[in-house]
Design a protein around this ligand. Structure first.
Ligand code: SAH
Length: 378
């Protein structure tokens, strides 16, 4: 039955997960998520281009070129902040269709010397999206290479950008049950073994408990807390890198400014929320980013932290309203479209408040454009 050439991608993932659960027992939520997103043949990202108006979900750079334009100016300013080095790695994590990088490079031309110094590295796991990125960036004025993980990007001073990257890193979940923390796992449904179900798994070790956000460790019976080992790995890699060479990283994503309890795993298929365990591989799975733990981890590793700040405030400080006005002045028939795009990016009940920007930097650099120092809650 395995590797039947006629097997559909959807059936392949369900079969692989079922076989794994039958042989290993229940698996952590993160293992389910990793398989559903990145199975090389049938994973959600591995096979298709899920981004855009007609696809499963839409991101800020796909909503409006203005997003990439102001981020492009932010990146050029960050290059000046790190001392305008003659060679700089411009690294993007999870570049999607390459639209953000395309808009960044187009805009950053206005800053003399920046593009001459830049080499781009795209960190991308999906073969399908790498192809899209290659096409979109085919005419770019700078050298573009790919790496499959951040640790493999060439050494040297760096500016790093990541929009909606952290939210798709596999998340683990802990539940407080019987006075201990257990891993929340995925198993086969007790009444229908063609379906998956959440089940309590093994008791967490002290090492794992250290991944639970600090303020949530004392939660009562029944509570659920998320652990984000992927964020930790990214921050570790940046801390090593930025201690050797100056660098500055910007993350934009969705999630609360302060750690919150609860299950935030969500699945989106064709712009609709669906059950995360239903038909793995056919929906995008993400979980909210915990900006507080991200910031605290970075501070512990001697990085400087600015933000998190709502996307609305960050983009406003970078001049997105002026940019909208200018473009609308040039192309008046686009005015309404541009205003709608601005509203989607910055509106309070749109992406303006739930989405946040945070910047991690080598110690002692000037403050980044548009963000204030991380304010620790006492
Ligand atoms: N930044 C883009 C795309 C966001 S979707 C935008 O804003 O439109 C998430 C992106 O991260 C996709 O390109 C996905 O393939 C990539 N990705 C997710 N996990 C990854 C990982 N562990 N390593 C490399 N790329 C990853």
């Amino acid at each position: 039955m395995s590797n039947d050439p006629a097997e559909s991608p959807e059936a392949r993932i369900a079969r692989k997960l079922t076989e794994r659960i039958r042989s290993e027992g229940v698996i952590p939520v993160s293992a389910f998520m990793a398989e559903a997103l990145f199975d090389p043949v049938a994973g959600f990202y591995a096979t298709k281009d899920p981004l855009g108006a007609g696809a499963d979900f839409i991101t800020a750079p796909e909503i409006s070129q203005m997003f990439g334009e102001v981020i492009g100016l932010w990146a050029a300013q960050a290059w000046i902040d790190i001392g305008s080095p003659g060679h700089v790695q411009l690294i993007e994590l999870g570049p999607g269709k390459g639209t953000l990088m395309h808009d960044i490079l187009r805009t950053a031309r206005v800053v003399p010397g920046f593009l001459n110094a830049v080499e781009v590295t795209l960190v991308e796991a999906s073969p399908a999206l790498k192809m899209v990125q290659g096409r979109v960036l085919a005419d770019s004025p700078v050298q573009i290479s790919w790496a499959d993980r951040i640790e493999k990007a060439p050494d040297g001073p760096a500016i790093l950008i990541a929009n909606e990257f952290l939210d798709c890193l596999p998340v683990r979940q802990a539940i407080r049950s019987g006075g201990v923390w257990r891993e929340r796992c995925v198993g086969l449904h007790p009444e229908d073994d063609t379906r998956f179900a959440f089940v309590p798994g093994p008791v967490l070790s002290e090492l794992d408990i250290a991944l639970i956000p600090h303020s949530l460790r004392g939660l009562p019976e029944g509570a659920l807390a998320e652990m984000r080992p992927g964020d930790r790995q990214v921050v570790d890699a940046l801390a090593l890198r930025f201690a050797r060479h100056k660098g500055r990283a910007l993350f934009i994503d969705y999630g609360p400014a302060e750690a919150e309890p609860g299950d935030t795993l969500q699945a989106i298929r064709a712009h609709e929320k669906v059950d995360p365990l239903d038909r793995p591989g056919t929906a995008d799975l993400t979980a909210r980013v915990d900006f507080e733990t991200l910031a605290r981890t970075a501070l512990e590793l001697d990085l400087d932290v600015h933000g998190p700040q709502p996307q609305r405030d960050f983009l406003a400080a970078l001049g997105i309203a002026q940019r909208t006005k200018m473009l609308a002045g040039k192309v008046p028939e686009k005015r309404d479209v541009l205003l709608r795009q601005l509203e989607r990016l910055t509106g309070e009940d749109q992406m303006g408040v739930l989405f946040k920007a945070i910047c991690l930097s080598s110690e002692g650099l000037p403050a980044p454009a548009g963000l204030s120092p991380f304010a620790e809650k006492s």
